[in-house]
Write a protein that binds this ligand. Structure first.
Ligand SMILES: C[S@@+](CC[C@H](N)C(=O)[O-])C[C@H]1O[C@@H](n2cnc3c(N)ncnc32)[C@H](O)[C@@H]1O
Length: 471
């Protein structure tokens, strides 16, 4: 270990910064966040520094003197020429004051780490002054893993520390806290439901704690949207949950690239449903989620796109709630918005649409989708049809029969945001031909409305030309 990490309580301690420019301002921000009694001394302060710090810290506009350094617990030297910095470093050393000289690790007693600040919880990363940029990169990686509410969780636990001490035997306490941090109450705090968490915590503390009860565990289920396919479109929260999960139940539309981001030893269960081939019935998926949670596991139910948009996430949430399992929902980028971005087509472009409607083209068995065609045809908005490829001809026919013009622009986006993405575009009257000639099999969305003319895609003429060139 090059340098020993210690988290110092600087509240009210005297810290001095010699310097009056941008480097001094950056260090001042850090020291203010740590509640230090901060003074800055320099012959001249920059306008930016004065604007930000005036009234918050002691600003002494003159040359520093030895007595300034001697009065400090910590000293920073910033925006100062090397020879001058060395002179003050010498003074600091004689006075026994710990010193940091910006960008001069050789002169430093301590370096400032890259910091992840979650209130009471702080993580600091040091490269011993050797590679600050690497430190910053690591910080970004770790930031993504740590929930923003981690500080609230530490505060929450702190509020119950004494009560737990008074009610739970010393030998059971560690196990109690381990179960707490892995369990549903902590998940509730992290999900922002502090009120519910307090109620659950009081109930937990007030019930008798026998050996058996300490063993009893309840897991949690997170219903999580995986987005349309590109792993970069996962939310930071989804990524964090994937890296904490014990078990992941996923659909067909969740790509391997996304699954590869999960914790390596997480169990993966495929419960996907290909169209007309319901490999695992919905009730069985719900029963599995409940059973796994009752085993005390952290379960992620990972669904393509957004779990609440044609994803049956609502049914799963109802079933979990009915069974008394703590369940939380993390949204995802739905196919409509993901595909629109992939095709560079704004779904509500101001010049041509003021509204957007998402519908499903899927119906039970071979039946036609039971949609209110006259309402949909009358709406002068953008219509996005999910699961509409096999019924595309019927959908176009019904819309035209109910008054939507055959010349209305359409775009079909298959595997949007993935490497094998395909986009074709044309008119509503030729939708079936576009799908046939474009070799569209799905998953795909049909976008019907003026905005579709703006999609980056191939027309029937482009496809014909391509075919001729290949032949
Ligand atoms: C059962 S729905 C699930 C929708 C999902 N919950 C969402 O919010 O995107 C499956 C349909 O979503 C659409 N879909 C999902 N991912 C897609 C993608 N990457 N590109 C195009 N369409 C997609 C297709 O219409 C597919 O048939």
């Amino acid at each position: 270990m090059k340098a020993f990490p210690a988290h110092i309580d600087l509240k009210g301690r005297s810290v001095l910064i010699i310097g009056g420019g941008a480097e001094a301002l950056a260090k001042a921000r850090l020291m203010l966040a740590a509640d230090a009694a901060l003074s800055l001394v320099a012959p001249k302060f920059s306008a930016d520094l004065l604007a930000e710090l005036k009234g918050k810290v002691r600003l002494i506009e003159r040359d520093p003197v030895v007595a300034d350094v001697e009065a400090a617990a910590l000293l920073f030297i910033a925006d100062t020429q090397e020879a001058e910095a060395r002179r003050w470093a010498e003074v600091a050393r004689m006075a026994g004051v710990l010193l940091n000289v910006v960008d001069q690790p050789a002169l430093c007693d301590f370096t400032t780490p890259s910091i992840i600040d979650r209130g009471r919880v702080t993580v600091s990363i040091s490269t011993g002054g050797a590679a600050p940029v690497l430190g910053k990169k690591l910080r970004a990686d770790i930031e993504a893993l740590l929930p923003p509410q981690l500080g609230s969780l530490a505060d929450f636990a702190d509020r119950y520390r004494e009560t737990v001490k008074a009610t739970i035997a010393r030998e059971d306490r560690r196990r109690f806290w381990e179960a707490f941090f892995d369990g549903p109450i902590a998940a509730q705090v992290l999900a922002g439901d502090e009120k519910g968490a307090h109620e659950a915590m009081l109930a937990l503390i007030n019930r008798p704690h026998t050996e058996e009860m300490a063993e009893e565990k309840t897991g949690t289920v997170h219903i999580v949207g995986a987005g349309p396919g590109d792993p970069d479109l996962l939310t930071i929260k989804a990524l964090r949950l994937l890296q904490r999960a014990d078990v992941i139940l996923h659909d067909r539309l969740v790509s391997d690239d996304i699954l590869s981001l999960a914790r390596r030893d997480a169990e993966r269960l495929y419960v996907g449903k290909a169209k007309s081939n319901h490999s695992v019935p919905q009730e069985e998926i719900e029963a599995r989620l409940i059973a796994l949670a009752r085993e005390g596991k952290t379960v992620v139910r990972l669904k393509g796109g957004d779990p609440f948009v044609f994803g049956r996430g609502g049914e799963e949430l109802d079933a979990l709630r009915k069974a008394g399992i703590p369940a939380f929902v993390t949204p995802g980028v739905t196919a409509a918005t993901g595909c629109a971005a992939a095709a560079n087509m704004a779904l509500t472009h101001r010049d041509c649409a003021q509204a957007v409607t998402f519908v499903t083209g899927h119906a039970k068995g071979e039946a036609d989708p039971a949609l209110d065609w006259s309402a949909l045809a009358a709406l002068k908005n953008t219509l996005v049809v999910y699961m509409g490829v096999t019924k595309a001809e019927t959908i176009a026919g019904k819309l035209i029969a109910h008054g939507r013009g055959a010349e209305t622009p359409v775009a079909v986006i298959e595997n949007g945001t993935r490497e094998n993405q395909k986009i074709v575009k044309g008119a509503l009257g030729e939708l079936a031909a576009l799908i046939e000639t474009g070799g569209i099999k799905g998953p795909a969305v049909l976008v019907i409305g003026e905005v579709a003319a703006r999609a980056d895609g191939e027309t029937l003429a482009d496809l014909a030309l391509k075919e001729r060139l290949v032949a």
